[in-house]
Design a binder for this molecule. Structure first.
Ligand code: F0G
Length: 467
């Protein structure tokens, strides 16, 4: 996707520019240029929006508060009610399925499990297709329509696929989805089929699908909808704005997210940074990212950074060592070569957060605990609570700190995992070099269904046993 000569920023009054994240390059491009990597140096791009700068930041706060109660279609979307912060003109053909506006739950059992006095969970699984991808897809499909694309493509572990399928259908575009064959939950696959996408199952993992998408992105008829597309990040950053409104503008100490392709962490970091730049918040929350142990290239890189490198977020490492054969039952984040790692690392370092790993057992137990809080989520999302428990134990998060975990996908995204955990049948995948093959995962909070006789006495006896 590289190779074309760099062009200077357009002088026309567009609501922003695309800028190369490599500070030594810094090339800028117009918003309508359909590029995903900098043609000059091959690095990823980000959008620099022309942000509203009212004299008093309260003006923005008040206008957002008003939009939350407005019945206008645009304001019913948790993305488009922040239109002023997004790189779209007033008359842009906004694509929406009424995404965003997701709940922020208190989770007392999970808090106790982590050793915290309180823990709040921002549940992005309450979006129209059941994952956080919808906020980004609203923006990306709007841009696809503006740039007159006819076909939108993505590589996916399942959720981006479901989201693209739905939003492309809404925008009147053809959706093409590359999935790693046999590695996607059936619920997610079913969604993509139902929304009418062309689903292509590839013999290879997510990283192989992502490489193919990058090659196909050269075709002018094809619009890439992965988070390498900076418009996706723009939509996804709005969760930071929504979260701060829900927190009544009291900045939490920590915000914790799962890490796969690293688009979500990039987006949250960008959202908080923009609020800071506008004076709407006076500090950044520490943004921490949790990866599954068998698919943790960025956590490995973070662990190797010296204390000096951890504070020098303008000079980031040049290369990420990919994980060749990533393994985790949290299939959503089974990714070895994340495309947005540099932007995400910069956001984490800037905020003073950390990137760590958790084991399959830790993910499974944390997920069951989130279930016990009557909330539930898919396995990848539970890395957050597992990671918070570890960060509290290590003293990086204080017991009384204000902590928010972002849950990225709905519990029903992966029912097989849930049933196998509760029946005690879950086994962790064998990583390359493991001796002895898959290891059983203990269902520490197991709750298997019981087969009982169809009699009142048998039911009462079961009830008594559970008391
Ligand atoms: N949680 C869920 C439920 C996901 O589906 C993903 C990514 C992540 C976390 C990680 O977010 O990639 O922005 O760091 N899913 C992508 C997909 C890869 O294709 O659905 P990230």
């Amino acid at each position: 996707m590289a190779g074309r000569p760099a062009r200077a920023a357009k002088k026309v009054a567009e609501p922003g520019v695309q800028r190369c994240v490599n500070s030594a390059c810094g090339a800028t491009y117009g918003l309508r240029e359909r590029i995903y990597l900098c043609p000059r140096c091959g690095e990823t791009l980000e959008i620099e929006c022309r942000l509203p700068r009212p004299k008093n930041p309260d003006t923005l706060r008040r206008s957002w508060a008003a939009s939350a109660n407005s019945k206008l279609p645009r304001d019913s979307s948790g993305v488009w009610r922040y239109h002023a912060m997004l790189p779209f003109d007033e008359d842009a053909p906004l694509v929406t399925l009424f995404e965003g506006n997701t709940p922020l739950f208190h989770a007392p059992r999970s808090a106790k499990y982590c050793g915290l006095t309180d823990l709040r969970l921002k549940h992005q699984g309450y979006n129209p297709t059941g994952s956080f991808k919808d906020t980004g897809m609203a923006a990306a499909m709007t841009q696809a329509v503006i740039s007159r694309a006819r076909t939108a493509i993505c590589a996916s572990t399942g959720n981006t696929a479901a989201s693209l399928a739905a939003y492309a259908a809404r925008a009147g575009l053809q959706a093409v989805i590359l999935l790693p064959h046999g590695q996607v939950s059936s619920s997610k696959l079913a969604q993509s089929l139902d929304y009418g996408a062309l689903v292509l199952e590839i013999d290879g993992n997510f990283d192989a699908c992502m490489r193919l998408v990058q090659e196909l992105g050269d075709d002018p008829a094809i619009y890439v909808a992965n988070s390498i597309n900076p418009f996706r990040i723009e939509g996804q950053k709005t969760v930071a704005f929504e979260l701060m409104e829900q927190c009544l503008w009291q900045v939490p100490h920590h915000v914790v997210v799962p890490g796969g392709n690293m688009g979500n962490s990039t987006a949250l970091g960008k959202g908080f940074q923009e609020l800071l730049d506008l004076g709407l918040i006076d500090r950044l929350p520490k943004l921490s990212v949790i990866q599954a142990e068998g698919a943790a290239p960025v956590a490995h890189l973070f662990a190797k950074l010296s204390p000096k490198q951890r504070t020098d977020f303008e000079h980031l490492p040049e290369k990420l060592e990919p994980v060749e054969n990533p393994q985790t039952l949290a299939t959503a984040i089974k990714i070895g070569a994340p495309v947005s790692w540099k932007k995400a690392l910069r956001a984490v370092l800037r905020s003073g957060g950390r990137i760590i790993t958790v084991t399959e057992q830790e993910i499974a137990d944390a997920k069951a605990m989130i279930g016990r809080d009557s909330i539930g989520c898919e396995p990848a999302s539970a890395t957050t609570v597992a990671g918070i428990k570890k960060l509290v134990a290590a003293g990086h998060i204080g017991r009384k700190d204000d902590v928010i975990a972002v849950l990225t996908g709905h519990a029903l995204k992966d029912p097989d995992y849930m049933i196998r955990y509760h029946e005690g049948k879950l086994t962790s995948p064998a990583a390359a070099g493991d001796i002895g093959g898959p290891k059983p995962i203990t269902g520490a909070f197991q709750n298997a269904p019981q087969r009982v006789a169809a009699t009142k006495a048998a039911i009462l006896a079961s009830l008594e046993r559970q008391r």
